[in-house]
Design a protein around this ligand. Structure first.
Ligand code: SF4
Length: 90
């Protein structure tokens, strides 16, 4: 299944396939996560002693010139994840 994507304000209309990432954000059909772990890089009042729970998605639609995560924001790497719903009630 392909998706012609207009999800964000870029509205680039890319066809996002399972392995195709031709859109501005270079994201394929399913999301990819480059890192999910405690994060200690925020201000101490936010991170505390245990850090924040941070999820870094691969790909970005902004292209900020001062990006400090360019290795993942340009759509390289990461692990594909599914979008299966999780029930709050067993
Ligand atoms: S930049 Fe990415 S999210 Fe935005 S419309 Fe294009 S493919 Fe979709």
């Amino acid at each position: 299944m392909d998706l012609r994507c207009n999800l964000c304000p870029r509205r680039c209309g890319a066809v996002r396939g399972e392995d195709i990432s031709g859109g501005f954000c270079r994201s394929p059909l399913l999301p990819r996560i480059a890192r999910a772990a405690p994060h200690y890089g925020e201000e101490p009042c936010i991170a505390g002693r245990n850090g924040t729970g941070a999820v870094f998605f691969t790909g970005c639609n902004l292209r900020c010139v001062f990006c400090q995560n360019i290795d993942i924001s340009r759509g390289e790497g990461g692990r594909t994840v599914t979008v299966s719903p999780v029930s709050a009630f067993p």
